[in-house]
Design a protein around this ligand. Structure first.
Ligand SMILES: Cc1ncc(COP(=O)(O)O)c(C=O)c1O
Length: 362
């Protein structure tokens, strides 16, 4: 099948580019003597996870239960769920993954840890857990240093749980600081928090097997930092408009994901209407002031959202206006949320569609 035959709007993933991105990150982490635990939230697909594992990944991270289920049920057996669970039904579903593979999860407080411990013990299981540490993201996580280490010590004595290490993702640094040197400077305090937590663990007599951190924006800052055993970047495989503006990440990895649309109407000489609205492309970065509109890959047009199912292309000149039936490709502002809007993506090489790949959506 050819790309032009696909129903639109749809997500295309250039498999040659994707494979180069996978290889590049794998070789880089190896050169820093650091493991790679890529985040599957960017692709939600065992098909891509297998490529990452074949390139040497130690496992994958997932952000939702359904992503973790898609991975483990399709043979990706080493999964870290980088989220807390706090409802019995979801914990139960997670425990069925523990029976079927190496599924680990985060805990960051006595409440969620006790719920997990009780459910696991009740079923005669032991769950590998990582203590989540707040290294600056100010979302979930124990405070770094003594508080995190004391909590880890409690976890290590709790039946049903096995303390495996620390989750230290510095999410606040990934997309907020385009300049590389500034980002590197601002990474110093979070990295020091990792060191202080490892040292505090040692004082508690604990030696973490896993200390994981790092994303696409900090991959070459965090990989190789003493004590960090692996990094967990996600977007590097797909890339997007925002990451293309993040110095270093933007030049080190190529754009694999695009969104394909069709021109459905040309009401004026300089306006074309396409079938790409916000139900098919993530535009939420607009609210953060980062530029949330997708970037058209044709000259002389700008995209404006036209609502749920429509996009409007304002054209500089009548000659730059595409015609009804023409296909227009875009680079989405955010790869993760764009993919999450689609049931499948199309893996392509050149103009040929090679694979139709289901997406494990929420
Ligand atoms: C916990 C965690 N780890 C890793 C990542 C990967 O980040 P990126 O896609 O910026 O590489 C994310 C992204 O949101 C995340 O939430």
């Amino acid at each position: 099948m050819k790309i032009e035959e696909l129903p639109t709007p749809c997500v295309l993933v250039d498999l040659d580019v994707l494979e180069r991105n996978i290889q590049k990150m794998a070789e880089f982490t190896k050169s820093r003597n650091c493991g790679l635990r890529p985040h599957a939230k960017s692709h939600k697909s065992p098909f891509i996870a297998k490529k990452q594992m074949n390139a040497g990944a130690v496992g994958v991270c997932c952000q939702t239960l359904i992503e973790a289920e898609a991975m483990i049920m399709n043979g990706i057996e080493n999964v870290l769920l980088t989220h807390n669970l706090a409802s019995p039904g979801m914990i139960d579903r997670f425990l069925s993954l523990v029976r079927n593979g190496d599924a680990k999860i985060l805990v960051d407080g006595q409440e969620n840890a006790e719920m997990l411990a009780k459910a696991a013990s009740h079923r005669g299981l032991t769950v590998g857990v990582l203590v989540e540490v707040n290294v600056g993201n100010n979302k979930a996580g124990q405070e770094a240093g003594e508080p995190a280490a004391k909590f880890a010590s409690w976890v290590s004595r709790e039946g049903g749980l096995k303390f495996k290490g620390l989750q230290c993702y510095e999410g606040n640094l990934q997309l907020t600081i385009p300049n590389f040197e500034t980002r590197k400077e601002q990474a110093v305090p979070p990295l020091q928090k990792i060191t202080s937590t490892i040292n505090a663990l040692k004082r508690q007599g604990l030696d973490p097997e896993i200390v994981t951190a790092g994303g696409t924006g900090t991959y070459n800052i965090t990989a190789g930092y003493p004590g960090v055993t692996d990094i967990q970047p996600g977007s590097y495989i797909m890339m997007d408009r925002r990451y293309s503006e993040i110095e270093s990440a933007g030049s080190d990895f190529e754009q694999a994901m695009t969104v394909l649309s069709t021109v459905v109407s040309t009401p004026t000489d300089t306006r074309a209407v396409i079938d790409l609205g916000w139900k098919a492309v993530g535009i939420e970065y607009e609210a953060l002031g980062w530029g949330g509109m997708p970037k058209p890959l044709i000259h002389g047009v700008t995209y404006h959202t036209g609502g749920d199912e429509h996009g409007v292309l304002n054209c500089e000149r009548p000659s730059s206006r595409p015609e009804v039936g023409d296909k227009v490709k875009f680079i989405p502002a955010h790869c993760d949320t764009t993919l999450n809007l689609h049931g499948v993506f199309y893996g392509v090489r050149g103009e040929n569609v090679e694979v139709v790949c289901p997406v494990a959506r929420r």
